[in-house]
Design a protein around this ligand. Structure first.
Ligand code: OAD
Ligand code: ZN
Length: 246
């Protein structure tokens, strides 16, 4: 079966780089983006330039974030996160590349410096001008007091979740680290991503071109199934559960 084949490939590999998308966190109660009921089936994304230009867009963006807070705060790592953390502890996985913003790889035991967050992190906020970090509670209090999304106390530019929006620059350091990881592994496992958002979606292909075997685990077909060595179209928790070490 696919899971047995995956087990063989994991056993044979020296350096495994996992690449994760929202599908790994759905069993933790966090919706993905493009499945029925997904975030982008309910809300239109707010592009970065709109966030910068409009107080109304910033208010709407923060209202959406606060509405999700109970979900993010309650979420615990799932079987997929725990399986990857087990391989990390075993020394097979140097770091995880993720498009996710939910902090669940860190919560599962990855050291922060071993989580490459291509799209940032939604568990804290940053000024888009000077980069000053803010806790979400600070934003919440200011929002409730003023009835509007706050600006930075240092430079008066807008404060945003520490995530990457459409139209916003990709983080250079993360892009470089993801490139180096993709080119240096012998097994690359894409987990729970539709692989449609670029440049993130370029890493599986980059790893494959550099000589790695490529595995794609996703319930639905993805854009890059045709270049994979193994495609497992199955639930992530069930597929990776057997690799959780106790
Ligand atoms: P998507 O919602 O595009 O894809 C998630 C995939 O996971 C879907 O193909 C689902 O079928 C699959 N899936 C969900 N739950 C699963 C489960 N339990 N088992 C197996 N498969 C499951 O999410 P991403 O590919 O992560 O970026 O989206 C990429 C980027 O688009 C995000 O990082 C975000 C979004 O816009 C930004 O906002 C910049
Ligand atoms: Zn600032």
């Amino acid at each position: 079966s696919g899971i047995e084949r995956l087990g063989d490939m994991i056993a044979e590999a020296k350096t495994i780089v996992p690449f994760t998308g929202a599908g790994i966190s759905t069993e933790c109660g966090i919706p993905d983006f493009r499945s029925p009921g997904g975030i982008w089936t309910r809300n239109r994304p707010i592009p970065f330039d709109e966030f910068v230009a409009s107080q109304e867009a910033r208010d709407e963006s923060w209202r959406r974030r606060f509405a999700m807070e109970a979900v993010f705060a309650a979420a615990k790592p799932g079987r997929g996160h725990r399986a990857l953390a087990s391989l990390y502890r075993a020394g097979k996985v140097p770091a995880v590349i993720t498009q996710n913003i939910d902090n669940l790889h860190q919560a599962s035991g990855f050291a922060p410096e071993h989580v490459v967050e291509l799209h940032g992190n939604t568990t804290y906020a940053r000024c888009i001008g000077c980069g000053q970090a803010y806790p979400l509670d600070w934003v919440r209090l200011r929002f409730d007091d003023d009835g509007a999304a706050p600006n930075c106390t240092a430079c008066d530019e807008p404060v945003k979740t520490a995530t990457i929006s459409f139209g916003q620059m990709m983080p250079e350091d993360e892009m470089q680290r993801a490139t180096a990881l993709s080119q240096a592994c012998d097994l690359f496992i894409a987990v729970g991503s539709s692989l449609v958002v670029w440049p993130a979606a370029g890493f599986p292909m980059m790893a494959k071109r550099a000589g790695a075997r490529l595995v794609i685990i996703n319930r639905e077909p993805t854009e890059q199934d045709d270049i994979a060595d193994l495609v497992i179209q199955h639930d992530i928790g069930e597929t990776l559960g057997p690799f959780v070490a106790n």
